[in-house]
Design a protein around this ligand. Structure first.
Ligand code: SF4
Length: 703
């Protein structure tokens, strides 16, 4: 029986990066219900279909992993073991592999759904004590292009504004995103803002006519991969029509002249032809932006998941820098995080190229500060393996052991069959997971059952730099443990000191201390203050009286060496594998409204299956007719990477020449033909290492 009393507990939704506050009610029998937190500044009591049904994912424990399991050989069945047996074996295997092949032969692959405290301890373990930087997370597939672009343009991975800008702005440009489905509560706020102020202009660019387009004054139905061309063309028109802010450009930016020359090289007619949209609609977009006194952009995977993702991001941020629409109420570039705690992970440095508090590996002073703080081994300068690189390294034998936490790479990674083959080659696979469903488990040599949302305490940071504390509501089933506790127990089995935390609060306090003096300083924060203030926005240095920092760069001094923002220039081409006569269609992938990632939680809720119960290929009727495909026919989508077989949904909402598959489905029994990532490529952006998940040349035929 739980020692926790019945009552109401405060938490945060564990799905998207909007970060809605949730009240979780638990009665004496242990039954759980959820409601939106009316006092939370993000959602003001609202929840979307996924958030509203979260209690079902907690109450239904039928799929939960309850005990550690282990096997000594891939061909043997796994058997239930004690925590000590599982972690002794994990530690012995790690020690043996590290001794023989070095610290870079092991890796941790974690998740943007981990709590900040969990990220902190696993990052400390591998970088500070094992002596390798091989930790990456599925945030690499999500946010890394936006992170790199913010750093290049503004000098720091910092979202300048906040959600309240939605109610203050005159014009919102949603670039390659469908927040009506993927960030629904944020979109409810956009809808309410438009209702209250009908002159608020909304522009959406997307190859599909999505639910978000219903609210738009202008939809730019561009071809996939042409975003830079579009943004450059808008930039050219803003310059030509005198809508730039000369004082801001002169005093607070670098690189404008080169940018001007770059965007002048392509005519608007040529840009319109490449984007496959009317020239007049580019002119209309530029006029709407140019005439606005306040201007914000919202974007997410449509720009980020690209082989030129960083440049796509920079080309959009440039529109803010040439118009001076940044660091002011109602204005700013705002990247929406896909996952609930991608930002918290970066705060503790939980990626292959980062150190805690946004410090960087190639700065010797940063490495020294962190090593002295942790008291472990000297930190390596060499960047660790990123998400796709880890699986390449498993494939070619450089990596021997991988520890996967809270993510299902066999559905979410590009070219998933290749990832599966790589995992089969690993000497040791450890999977730390809540559910018995994820496809990745079949390759696990050791399974470690983890506590789920509401069964542990910790913090998360949403897309607007807002940190919220999640209370523990109920006990985990069986012997499942919080992820941070599993990692700390393992670290102690490895003989490392510095992992003797009694509570998650102690981990958080250590993390806060390590941010002191950095640009994301939260040294004034601990669990008591967080509970008192409900949520705060970083930075929050010691002595902060209010709820943190809602807006950055209000003095127009940026974090670059010159304190000026950098306007970057680059060519506008895409570098994806282009369509060819055998594969003439462009496949793009994405989320649907009621499912989350690889469905290990949302797939359990029957209400959420009603919206779209099975994967469908969205295809334009003209493309279908040219191939003899009728509505509901089973079709095969194929390219050199693999095939997918699903029903066709004929729709004029998708651009001719483009097809769409949802990304959620994986293997059903032994059949992987629902899995969209059979078809995607492992090509990555050269700076962010984010894969090109939104663009794959394919052909479709009746099956
Ligand atoms: Fe959860 Fe996102 Fe829905 Fe809010 S909008 S309830 S954070 S899934």
């Amino acid at each position: 029986h739980s020692k926790l009393p019945a009552g109401s507990y405060r938490s945060t939704c564990c799905y998207c990066g909007v970060g809605c506050g949730i009240i979780v009610n638990r009665d004496r029998q242990g039954n759980i219900s959820v409601e939106g937190d009316k006092d939370h500044p993000v959602n003001r009591g609202m929840l979307c279909s996924k958030g509203m049904n979260l209690h079902y994912t907690v109450m239904d424990t039928s799929d939960r992993l309850l005990y550690p399991e282990m096997r000594y050989h891939r061909h043997m069945p796994r058997q239930r073991v004690s925590w000590d047996q599982a972690l002794d074996r994990a530690a012995a295997a790690f020690r043996q592999i590290i001794e023989k092949y070095g610290p870079e032969s092991v890796a941790f692959y974690a998740s943007g759904q981990c709590l900040t405290e969990e990220y902190y301890v696993v990052n400390k373990l591998i970088k500070g004590f094992i002596g390798s930087n091989n930790i990456d997370t599925n945030s690499r597939l999500c946010m890394s292009s936006a992170v790199a672009a913010y750093k290049l343009a503004l000098g720091e991975d910092s979202v300048p504004g906040n959600y309240d800008d939605i109610e203050l702005t005159d014009c919102i440009f949603v670039a390659g995103a469908n927040p009506a489905w993927c960030h629904p509560i944020l979109w409810r706020r956009v809808e309410a803002a438009k209702k209250a102020n009908p002159s608020l202009k909304i522009i959406v660019s997307d190859p599909r006519v999505t639910q978000s387009c219903a609210l738009a004054d202008l939809h730019l139905q561009v071809m996939p991969g042409t975003d830079i061309v579009l943004h450059h063309a808008i930039g050219r028109l803003l310059i030509e029509q005198g809508h730039t802010d000369h004082t801001f450009i002169q005093q607070h930016t670098e690189g404008f002249e080169r940018y001007r020359e770059t965007v002048m090289q392509r005519s608007i007619a040529s840009a319109a032809a490449i984007c496959d949209i009317p020239e007049s609609s580019i002119r209309e977009a530029a006029a709407l932006i140019g005439k606005s006194r306040r201007f914000m952009t919202l974007w997410t995977m449509g720009l980020n998941q690209s082989v030129v993702g960083v440049n796509k991001n920079l080309s959009l941020i440039n529109l803010h820098l040439i118009t001076g629409h940044i660091g002011k109420p109602g204005s700013g570039p705002f990247s929406l995080t896909g996952q609930p705690n991608a930002m918290g992970g970066r705060e503790v440095g939980g990626l292959a190229n980062l150190l805690p508090a946004h410090r960087v590996l190639d700065n010797p002073a940063h490495r020294k500060e962190v090593q002295e703080f942790w008291g472990g081994v000297p930190l390596s300068e060499k960047p660790g393996l990123t998400a796709t690189e880890m699986f390449e390294a498993l494939e070619d034998g450089r990596l021997k052991a991988i520890w996967i936490m809270c993510t299902n790479p066999l559905v979410s990674l590009p070219d998933a069959r290749k990832a599966e083959a790589a995992l089969a080659k690993a000497k040791l696979v450890i999977v730390q997971e809540i559910s018995s469903k994820p496809e990745t488990l079949r390759y696990a040599d050791i399974i470690l059952p983890a506590a789920a949302w509401t069964e542990k305490e910790g913090t998360m940071t949403n897309a607007e730099r807002r940190i919220t504390h999640l209370q523990k509501v109920n006990d985990a089933p069986g012997e499942a443990l919080p992820d941070a506790e599993i990692i700390c127990r393992f670290a102690k089995k490895m003989g490392f000191h510095g992992f003797d935390y009694n509570t998650p609060a102690e981990i958080y306090e250590e993390h806060c201390r390590l941010t002191t003096g950095t640009r994301i300083d939260i040294s004034g924060l601990d669990y008591n203050i967080l509970q008192q203030k409900r949520s705060v926005q970083w930075p929050f240095p010691e002595g902060t009286e209010n709820a943190g920092t809602p807006r950055l760069f209000t003095d127009h001094r940026f974090y670059t060496p010159s304190a000026k923002a950098i306007i970057h220039s680059f060519e506008d081409g895409n570098k994806s594998v282009p369509p060819d006569p055998l594969h003439p269609l462009i496949l793009t992938t994405g989320r649907i409204r009621d499912q989350w990632h690889t469905m290990s939680k949302t797939g359990k809720v029957s209400k959420l299956k009603q919206h779209i119960p099975a994967p469908l290929l969205e295809i334009h009727p003209l493309d279908a007719a040219a191939r003899g495909i009728r509505a509901d026919d089973i079709v095969e989508i194929f390219n050199g990477n693999g095939q997918v077989r699903v029903k066709a949904q004929l729709s004029t909402s998708i651009k001719k020449g483009v097809v769409f598959l949802p990304m959620h489905w994986g293997k059903i029994l032994n059949n992987d033909l629902n899995r969209a990532n059979n078809l995607t490529h492992t090509l990555v952006d050269k700076i962010s290492k984010q894969p090109d998940l939104k663009f794959a040349a394919v052909e479709v035929q009746p099956y």
